[in-house]
Design a protein around this ligand. Structure first.
Ligand code: UN1
Length: 497
């Protein structure tokens, strides 16, 4: 099946000597992929640096042309690529389409950006001097992505990096290699169509050793890595030790507050999408719900009802809203957390079981009923990110209590509040409110648009990707001063010679 879809990207697959790729839909093999060797990583970095030398001199709007072509190819192949995302990541078809749409949107944004990349003019203290700040291409970017957004996160990075003048080497998750190869085929076509260097975009496949080779490589200027906090904790210091630049997008333990004035119909829809959508496997997934005591029973019973209508199953089938977990390890994390719920004095209100029918049909596939658990307090379990559809519900009385619970997470990615009280909404967005990189009112924490900068604080790693001025991470800032006079006044009024 995967071979036929890859054929539509002009790829012959599988090839000899390749490692097994699996689909979480059945747990079965899709075929094989081969990991890169250390020498191949070196070669990729060398080729990328050679491409950098000409690409950085290419006018940015011309660089934008490459991304414009990529966007056009993505539009053409949206269905095919979405099909691969579903096969490899287990994402339901509608969300897989949305993920490819996110790539297309990102290309559009980057094409516009290619005609901007604007700097500043600063006031010089010296007569006949002009001081500016300009942004120069940075160098080779290594993009390390996770299985859960197997293509969109690459596009956030690649589309921007390419217009900024930087070649990209992509190490996709080992779980989603085929989608990466398909994207690579499209970007290669886009480059060939305009005579751009093919080494501007490369894919290196493999496990942690391939990621480490990129992280430690002096020829890589920026490492943009998406994954767990543990991964970021390892990557950050290693890149810093060689004075490389790092952009980290790590975990999240995102919360939503349901305030007394909340529109409960709207809140329930927002909460269910954010907590159970993508089978709870977004970094922006809603994991903690903090409900005012006056609305607690109502919210919990409405949610329990909504959870029972969620169709879990083959993500290729229409009407299915929750696909499989990525693998057995993800399932173990989910099952372990549910045992801990009871041990911590909580109660599983609904869900939490492995779907017996789907499990029996495919023992290596892991379909679970999204779970809702009420918790008496916010202990270690609730503060840990379990990458699965498990939503903890907590109760609050006073505003300060809600905010304290909210901001007690070690992560700081996304956050939200459901309220119709203007004062509360504004307080949530004020300096004493949410401490996260993303803060929403009357929207769940997931499903951000690409026009804003995406990322978060604390153990989320501090990086920002996608829109706004996130492009600056892919460029080198240069402060330039030009003396167009005949004299040589020194700054700070220093007299010399
Ligand atoms: C991720 O889970 O790594 O905001 C990215 C969202 C998506 C991106 C999630 N646009 O949920």
């Amino acid at each position: 099946m995967a071979g036929a879809v890859l054929g539509r990207f002009g790829l012959a697959w599988p090839q000899e000597g390749e490692k097994e790729a699996r689909t979480p839909i059945t747990g079965g093999a899709l075929g094989f992929t081969r990991g890169a060797t250390g020498a191949e990583v070196d070669r990729a970095v060398e080729r990328a640096n050679a491409a950098f030398r000409s690409w950085r001199l290419t006018p940015p709007p011309r660089r934008g042309e490459l991304v414009r072509r990529l966007g056009a190819l993505l539009r053409q192949h949206q269905d095919d690529l979405a099909e691969l995302v579903t096969l490899e990541a287990g994402k339901v078809s509608g969300e897989a389409q949305g993920e490819v749409q996110e790539m297309i949107d990102m290309c559009d944004l980057a094409v516009g950006l290619s005609r901007q990349l604007y700097g500043l003019t600063l006031a010089s203290e010296r007569p006949d001097h002009r001081m500016t700040e300009v942004w120069q291409p940075l160098g080779v970017c290594a993009v390390i992505t996770s299985f859960n957004f197997p293509v969109a996160v690459w596009a956030w990075n690649a589309a921007v990096a390419l217009v900024c003048g930087d070649p990209v080497i992509w190490k996709p998750s080992e779980k989603t290699v085929l989608t990466a190869l398909a994207c690579q085929s499209l970007v290669a076509q886009a480059a060939a169509g305009m005579g751009a260097p093919p080494a501007l975009s490369q894919v290196v496949v493999g496990g942690p050793e391939v990621g480490e080779a990129l992280v430690d490589h002096p020829g890589v200027a920026l490492v943009s890595a998406t994954g767990s906090t543990a991964m970021g904790r390892a990557v950050g210091p290693r890149v810093a030790a060689r004075f490389g630049r790092c952009l980290l997008e790590l975990g999240g333990n995102n919360a939503a507050i349901v305030a007394p004035s909340a529109d409960i119909d709207l809140a329930v829809r927002g909460i269910v999408f954010a907590a159970a959508g993508t089978a709870g496997q977004r970094c922006t997934t809603l994991r903690r719900l903090i409900v005012h005591q006056s609305r607690y029973d109502e919210v919990v019973s409405r949610l329990a009802g909504a959870y029972q209508t969620l169709r879990v199953g083959n993500p290729r089938n229409a009407g299915v809203l929750v696909g499989p977990l990525i693998d057995g390890r993800a399932y173990e994390g989910f099952a372990r957390a549910l045992v801990e719920v009871e041990a911590d004095g909580g109660e599983v209100i609904t869900g939490g079981r492995r779907d017996p029918a789907l499990g029996a049909a495919a023992p290596e596939a892991f379909y679970v009923q999204p779970a809702l658990a009420s918790m008496p307090a916010q202990g270690d379990l609730v503060l840990r990110e379990t990458f699965a559809p498990l939503l903890y519900v907590l109760r609050y009385g006073e505003w300060d209590e809600a905010m304290a619970l909210h901001n007690a997470a070690r992560h700081g990615l996304s956050s939200s509040i459901f309220t119709n009280d203007l004062r509360e909404a504004e307080r949530f967005l004020s300096p004493g409110g949410s401490d996260c990189g993303i803060a929403n009112v009357n929207i769940g924490p997931s499903g951000a648009e690409i026009g804003g900068a995406f990322g978060g604080e604390k153990e989320t790693g501090g990086g920002r990707e996608a829109g706004s001025d996130a492009w600056k991470a892919y460029m080198r800032r240069q402060t330039c001063t030009v003396n167009f006079g005949r004299d040589l006044p020194l700054a700070q009024g220093v007299e010399f010679l």
